[in-house]
Design a protein around this ligand. Structure first.
Ligand SMILES: O=C(CO)[C@H](O)[C@H](O)COP(=O)(O)O
Length: 260
C-alpha cells in the first residue's frame, strides 16, 4: 500500500499509537511514539535511568509532564549525561547518582543500532560510558528506537561504532583498534566537534574513536573483550545482552519485544 507522509510536528503519540497504520510519520515522530510507549512502564516511586539522545529526550519530557500532572510521583532519575541532567532538572525531575542509588528499577534509552538478538550499538551521542554504567544496574532496560535502527548485525548500518578512549596518545590507540579489526575492514576515525574541528571530548574528559566496519565482526563478546584489554580504551559502544525490552516504532505501528 502506498503510504502518505503527514509529517505533522504536532502529531499526538497517544493518538497515533491507536490509529490504523495508514500514516507515515517523520523519524522524530516515530522516536516520540516509541518513547511514550516506554514511559507506560514507569511507575511512581521508581529509580529511573534517564538516557541520552533525541529519542530518550522525548521520554524524559513525557516523564516530566506526567510528574507535573500528578500522574507520577516520587520518581528519582539517574541521568546518563550532563545534557540529560540539564534537561531533567529543568523539568523538575529529582535526580541522584549511582553512588546513592546503585540499583535502578528501570532505564529508558535510545540506540544507534539494534541487532536481531537485541544487542546494541550506542554512543553516537557520546555518552556510552555513563549509559553503560547506569543501564548495567537496571532491573529492566527498555530500548526505544524507530525502525531505521534495526540492523542484521552489529556494525551493519555502516555507521560508527564508538569507542571511548583516553586522550593520551590517541593515534596509537586508534591504530591498534583498526589493526584489531583488520579482517572486518575496519577504519578508525577520531571524532571531532562539528563546531570547531577540535577532538570531541566526552563528559568524562575522554576522546571517542569511531570504528567503521566493511564486514561483520563476528563474535561480539570476543571483540568487546579484546578492545577492553587494550590499555587506553575506556569502554566500547556495544551493549551486549543488556536490553530487556525493545520498543520499535515504524510505519506499521509499535512493537514491544521482551528478551526471553
Ligand atoms: O547512545 C546514545 C548516546 O550516547 C543514543 O542513545 C544514541 O546515539 C541514539 O540517539 P538518538 O535517539 O538521537 O537517535
Amino acid at each position: 500500500m502506498a503510504l502518505a507522509y503527514l509529517g505533522s510536528k504536532k502529531a499526538d503519540p497517544a493518538a497515533v499509537m491507536s490509529s490504523p497504520p495508514h500514516l507515515i510519520l517523520t523519524q522524530d515522530e516515530l522516536k516520540k511514539i516509541a518513547a511514550y510507549k516506554a514511559v507506560e512502564f514507569v511507575e511512581s516511586g521508581m529509580v529511573l535511568g534517564l538516557g541520552t539522545g533525541s529519542t530518550a529526550k522525548h521520554a524524559i519530557d513525557r516523564i516530566g509532564e506526567l510528574l507535573q500532572q500528578g500522574k507520577l510521583a516520587n520518581i528519582i532519575g539517574i541521568p546518563t549525561s550532563t545534557k540529560t541532567h540539564e534537561q531533567a532538572s529543568s523539568l523538575g525531575i529529582p535526580l541522584s547518582d549511582l553512588d546513592t542509588h546503585p540499583v535502578l528499577d528501570l532505564a529508558i534509552d535510545g540506540a544507534d543500532e539494534v541487532d536481531p538478538d537485541m544487542n546494541l550499538v550506542k554512543g553516537r551521542g557520546g555518552s556510552l560510558l555513563r549509559e553503560k554504567m547506569i543501564e548495567g544496574c537496571c532491573k529492566k532496560f527498555v530500548v526505544i528506537v524507530d525502525e531505521s535502527k534495526l540492523v542484521a548485525h552489529v556494525g551493519g548500518s555502516g555507521l560508527a561504532m564508538p569507542v571511548e578512549i583516553v586522550p593520551f596518545c590517541w593515534k596509537f590507540t586508534a591504530q591498534k583498534l583498526e589493526s584489531m579489526f583488520e579482517e572486518a575492514g575496519c577504519v578508525a576515525k577520531l571524532r571531532v566537534s562539528a563546531e570547531n574541528g577540535e577532538p570531541y571530548v566526552t563528559d568524562n574528559g575522554n576522546f571517542i574513536i569511531d570504528l567503521y566496519f566493511k564486514k561483520d565482526i563476528g563474535d561480539l563478546r570476543a571483540a568487546g573483550d579484546a578492545m577492553l584489554r587494550l590499555a587506553g580504551v575506556v569502554e566500547h559502544g556495544m551493549f551486549i545482552d543488556m536490553a530487556t525490552t525493545l520498543i520499535v516504532a515504524g510505519e506499521f505501528g509499535v512493537t514491544v519485544r521482551n528478551k526471553c
